[in-house]
Write a protein that binds this ligand. Structure first.
Ligand SMILES: Nc1ncnc2c1ncn2[C@@H]1O[C@H](COP(=O)(O)OP(=O)(O)O)[C@@H](O)[C@H]1O
Ligand code: SF4
Ligand SMILES: [Mg+2]
Length: 351
C-alpha cells in the first residue's frame, strides 16, 4: 500500500501520485537605493506558496499580470534562485524526493533533463540563425543523443507537433506564430520531460491558433503523459487544459480547487471577479462583470490583513487587520478568505 503523506497545503494523498511539491516558496527581490545599493525594501514576487502537482496532471495557474506566476514557474525550474522554501521532485516513486533548490550544478543538470519550459513568445524564443533541425535537435545533442539517429528523432518530434519534416532546414522567420510555437513545443518535448512549465504558451497567438495549440497540448498529454504547470492570465484558456486551478494575487495563492469547482463555485471574491470578466458568447448572456476598484496591490507595500481587502466588495473590519488562513474548505478546495464559508459567490457555468 502506498505511503500517505499530508502535503503542506492539503488532504491525505498517496505519495506515489505526487510529482512535485512546492513548500513555502518565497521569492523576494530587494529594492535598493543609491551608489551603495542600500536595501530599502523588497518586492514580494512570490510569498509563501505551497502547492503540489500530481503525475500526469495539468495544474493551471492564473492571476493578473505581475502577480508572480512566471516567478513561481522559474523558481520551480530553478531558472532563478528562490529566497527560501522547498521544491521536492518525486522522480522515482520508490525513492525519496530531491529538493531542486538544494542541488549542486551537476545534479541540477541531470534533473533538468526531466523538465522543460514552453515560452510565451514564439517570435523571440527561437534563435533566428538556427534551422528547425538545429533548434529541435539541440537538447538531444547536448545530452549525447546518438548522431546517426538525430534526424529521425527530430522528424518524429516535428511530426508529433503537426509540422511537416520537409521544413527541417528552414529558419524560424519562414513560419507563422502558431508554427513557431509548434517548433518550440517539439524542442521542449525532445528529451521526453516528465514536467513541463507552459508559461503563457498561447497568449501571443490569435484565438483560432490558440485553440489548435491547446488541442495539440491535450493530445500530447494523452500520448506522452507529462505533468504540466500551465500558466496563463486568461481564464478561458486555463479552463480548457487544467485538472485543477490555482489563483494567485500579488504573490500569494488565494484559491486552489478542481477546475469545475473553481468555475462553478468559486469561494474567493478575487476568483469571482476574474470569472465575471470572461466574455460569454451565448445570446442573452447577462454581463455580470465585477469591476474591481483601484489597482492591483503593490508587492513592495502590501495592504494589511487580507491583501485583497482594498478591492473587495465583501470586505469587513476583520479583513483589514487579520491575514486570512489558507484552509481546505471542502475536499481538495483551498481558499484564503475570512468569509469563504458564508459568501455565495457567482460562478460562470450556471444558467
Ligand atoms: N528581476 C526582477 N526584479 C525585481 N522585481 C521583479 C523581477 N522580476 C519580476 N519582478 C516583480 O515580481 C512580480 C511578479 O512578476 P511576474 O512573476 O513576472 O508576474 P506574472 O508572470 O504573474 O505577470 C512583479 O511585481 C514584478 O514586477
Ligand atoms: S478576507 Fe475579506 S477582504 Fe479578503 S477576500 Fe475575503 S471578504 Fe474579501
Ligand atoms: Mg508572466
Amino acid at each position: 500500500m502506498p505511503e500517505t503523506i499530508i502535503p503542506a497545503n492539503g488532504h491525505f494523498i498517496n505519495k506515489g501520485e505526487i510529482l512535485l511539491e512546492v513548500k513555502n516558496l518565497k521569492k523576494y527581490y530587494p529594492i535598493e537605493k543609491g551608489f551603495m545599493h542600500k536595501k530599502i525594501g523588497e518586492v514580494k514576487a512570490v510569498d509563501d506558496v505551497s502547492i503540489y502537482i500530481n503525475r500526469n496532471e495539468t495544474l493551471g495557474l492564473v492571476g493578473e499580470s505581475g502577480c508572480g506566476k512566471t516567478t513561481l514557474g522559474r523558481c520551480i525550474m530553478r531558472a532563478i534562485e528562490a529566497t527560501s522554501g522547498e521544491v521536492l521532485f518525486h522522480m522515482d516513486e520508490e525513492k525519496p524526493p530531491v529538493d531542486i533548490l538544494k542541488l549542486d550544478k551537476n545534479e541540477l543538470l541531470e534533473i533538468r533533463r526531466n523538465m522543460a519550459i514552453i515560452f510565451q513568445n514564439p517570435y523571440s524564443s527561437l534563435d533566428p540563425r538556427m534551422t528547425v533541425l538545429d533548434i529541435v535537435s539541440e537538447p538531444l545533442r547536448l545530452n549525447g543523443y546518438p548522431r546517426d539517429r538525430l534526424v529521425d528523432k527530430v522528424k518524429e518530434l516535428v511530426d508529433m507537433v503537426g509540422l511537416e519534416s520537409k521544413f527541417l532546414n528552414r529558419y524560424p522567420h519562414a513560419f507563422s506564430g502558431g508554427q513557431r510555437q509548434r517548433i518550440g513545443i517539439a524542442r521542449s518535448l525532445a528529451l521526453e520531460p516528465r514536467f513541463i512549465v507552459a508559461d503563457e504558451a498561447v497568449s501571443a497567438l490569435d484565438v483560432s491558433i490558440q485553440a489548435q495549440i491547446l488541442n495539440l497540448l491535450q493530445d500530447l498529454k494523452e500520448t506522452m503523459k507529462p505533468t504540466f504547470l500551465f500558466i496563463a492570465h486568461d481564464l478561458s484558456v486555463i479552463e480548457h487544459v487544467s485538472d485543477r486551478v490555482g489563483v494567485m494575487y500579488v504573490g500569494r495563492l488565494v484559491e486552489l480547487a478542481p477546475t469545475e469547482e473553481i468555475y462553478l463555485k468559486p469561494r474567493h471574491p478575487y476568483t469571482e471577479a476574474l470569472l465575471s470578466a470572461i466574455p460569454r458568447p451565448e445570446p442573452g448572456a447577462k454581463n455580470n462583470r465585477i469591476l474591481l476598484p483601484g489597482e492591483v496591490a503593490n508587492a513592495a507595500d502590501l495592504p494589511s490583513g487580507c491583501c485583497f481587502h482594498p478591492r473587495c466588495r465583501y470586505c469587513q473590519d476583520q479583513c483589514k487587520e487579520d491575514t486570512p488562513l489558507w484552509q481546505e474548505i471542502s475536499f481538495g478546495h483551498y481558499v484564503s478568505c475570512h468569509r469563504a464559508k458564508e459568501l455565495e459567490l457567482q460562478g460562470v457555468m450556471e444558467a
